[in-house]
Ligand binder design. Sequence first.
Ligand code: NAD
Length: 297
Amino acid sequence: MTTVAFIGLGNMGGPMAANLAKAGFNVRAFDLSEDALETAEANGCEVAFSAQEAATGADFVISMLPAGKHVRGLYVEGDTPLFEVIKQSALVIDCSTIDADTARSVAAEGEQLGIGFVDAPVSGGVGGAQAGTLTFIVGGSEAQFEQAKLVLDVMGKNIFHAGDHGAGQVAKVCNNMLLSILMAGTCEAINMGVKNGLDPAVLSEIMKQSSGGNWALNVYNPYPGVMENAPASKNYQGGFQVDLMIKDLGLAMDVSQQSASAVPMGSAARSLFTLHKAKGNGKLDFSSLMKLYQDEA
Ligand code: NAD
């Protein structure tokens, strides 16, 4: 049986690991949070007491962590870096959204030890993680991409090979910068409609079927009560935190500077999300930007 070590069982990693267990993989799960471990066990994963215990002898090691420092800290730093215990035929698949430089340098350090490492950030949100319909954007060699598909196919619907190491992360921050702009625009339009007497559900349906339709409107409506399962209808709990969106927009700004690419819309969205965080909303789902418009109104 194929053994998968899964490190990082948060909003995304938890349901991703559960889908692997449901598909019959032997999943050894680890997280720093006891609650996350309990949920993983209830979902059919074997709980490990450390990342090292999870990864030893595993065929795949998947990580779903907040940022680059956590990924570097796990694989190459600390008392027992994970690269010291992972077997050579194993493939490491890092699904976190991190900077491309860290992804490339960690991949190079793995390669020196004969361990394959791909960046495979995801899109599709918690709903996509639960449904097993995520989009994976992989950076690595063709052979590593083929090897990764065995497990990525279980957790996702669209698996893309973006290019060599780091390319997955560059594509991912382009996507998330666009998403932040779409979310800000969606909040802006709905707020203006509501202030002019429109029902947010009716307006959303009109825009979905018109030229303003986009992902935020289709599956992630930011106005409370319009979409039953969206974070907006759950007090903006769960989902994708404002803090993580700001991290991704910071990564996008780095990429834009390095390549002298103009990103005025991305910069404006970053300022809006940063202002929203400064008002104490960093831990809320990113669709809570709606509150910024409502507060300012
Ligand atoms: P989260 O904060 O819910 O989960 C992160 C988990 O990692 C936590 O449970 C934390 O305890 C654990 N963790 C941190 N350091 C660890 C370590 N050293 N060892 C073991 N566990 C550790 O975050 P999330 O929303 O699941 O996002 C994870 C990544 O996926 C981020 O990079 C994020 O940008 C990206 N992402 C999130 C979404 C989303 O909708 N939430 C969508 C696409 C991509």
